[in-house]
Design a binder for this molecule. Structure first.
Ligand code: FAD
Length: 265
């Protein structure tokens, strides 16, 4: 049935199960709607796999699988890749070598009060926040990828992934508008972390009270004072963010050591 048991979780943690389930959904469901990848789509997918393979702070077996997929994509002389070939590789590599990407979705911090709510889009936001923090913490990770010294590596990859593959096309359109407006102001990896936080809050504000909101998880301006009291200040009676504190909080919250292995394989 579709009834899933509720999983206890802490709002102050990030869950590996959500990140792995997001990758599972991305590779096996979202990508499956594209029968072949070619041209810009193929380039976008390759860049996405590059950034995730180099920066994903996951289990060795998942990282290894992503690296294998990347080597294969880079070495193939094809201009067109059938989706089935990607799926075969992901499945076969896993079977042969025990490389592992969860076989099913298991939402934890991203679970919703019904199966139609939260889940994948929540995990995608979470993944990209984690990747922006990893890019700042591991400046050499993208060496020899074509992305070295590029503070926009993660955000440009996200922008193109969302615009090309993300099932919600309206989301892609909104995200593209935000990127065109202000992505060129991002000059450092710390700016990139804060840009994504600011834009995510802008989306939260737009969606407050909308249909896509899970009544059990109302949209907020995040992090709320209970999660980060020092992020919030008042100036002349108005709320303002202390962005230095927000940055420190994001680096802690989305940092590798705050990712819980609970419920993950
Ligand atoms: P989400 O917004 O998915 O957030 C997931 C988790 O991230 C939260 O639980 C919280 O822990 C944390 N978080 C919240 N805010 C921030 C922040 N500012 N910075 C860092 N972490 C934060 N839906 C639409 O209906 N219209 C759209 O235009 C739209 N655009 C989208 C664009 C993108 C790029 C993505 C990935 C999703 C978009 N969605 C859109 C989906 C929507 O934003 C939510 O993902 C979805 O409604 C599920 O919401 P949620 O409650 O799980 O929280």
């Amino acid at each position: 049935g579709t009834q899933v048991e509720w999983k206890e979780f802490e709002k102050s943690k990030v869950y590996m199960a959500d990140l792995e389930s997001g990758l599972h959904y991305l590779m096996r469901v979202e990508l499956a709607t594209h029968k072949t990848l070619e041209g810009e789509e193929l380039k976008t997918f390759k860049d996405f796999v590059t950034v995730v393979a180099k920066l994903f702070p996951g289990h060795q077996s998942v990282v290894k699988l992503l690296e294998t997929l990347l080597e294969w994509l880079v070495s193939l002389p094809l201009e067109k890749i059938p989706y089935d070939a990607i799926l075969d590789l992901v499945n076969n590599k896993m079977r042969i070598s025990g490389l592992y990407l969860s076989e099913q979705v298991q939402w934890v911090g991203c679970q919703g009060s019904s199966v139609a709510l939260r889940g994948y889009p929540c995990s995608l936001w979470t993944l990209f926040h984690v990747l922006t923090v990893q890019a700042a913490n591991r400046p050499d990770a993208l060496a020899n990828t074509g992305f070295e010294d590029d503070p926009l590596a993660v955000l440009q990859t996200m922008r193109r992934y969302i615009g090309t593959f993300f099932g919600c096309q309206e989301c892609g359109k909104h995200f593209e508008e935000m990127a065109q407006e202000s992505l060129n102001q991002v000059k450092s990896v710390d700016d990139a972390i804060l840009w994504l936080w600011r834009k995510h809050n802008q989306v939260n504000a737009r969606l407050t009270g909308s249909m896509s909101q899970d009544p059990m998880f109302p949209k907020t301006q995040w992090p709320t004072p209970d999660l980060c009291p020092t992020c919030h200040e008042e100036q002349e009676g108005l709320h303002v963010w202390n962005e230095q504190m927000v940055l420190a909080f994001l680096r802690q919250h989305y940092g590798a050591s705050n990712i819980s292995p609970k419920y993950s394989s």
